[in-house]
Write a protein of this length. Sequence first.
Length: 95
Amino acid sequence: MTTDQSMHTPGPWSIGDRPEPVTHQINVVAGPYRGNEPEWYVAGVIAGMDESTQKANARLIAAAPELLEALEEMVAMYIRLIDSGDCGNWDPRTD
């Protein structure tokens, strides 16, 4: 699947600039801010775990578009290796 085919909110994603005041949820957001509000809320990482784990989870979610792009580039490179005849037997176009 290429990025053109994916149906996710376009990146880049980032961690919101402030936790929710009541729930202490950390938001993952995308797009430019309009006043105090981001264009999109992508995900919320709820409280209930220690704060460092909550922030680490939010950073991992925020990195998803870049991780997808890196994976797509790796698969494209692997396909070029297959086409060159200098690769193993796995073909991601057929498997």
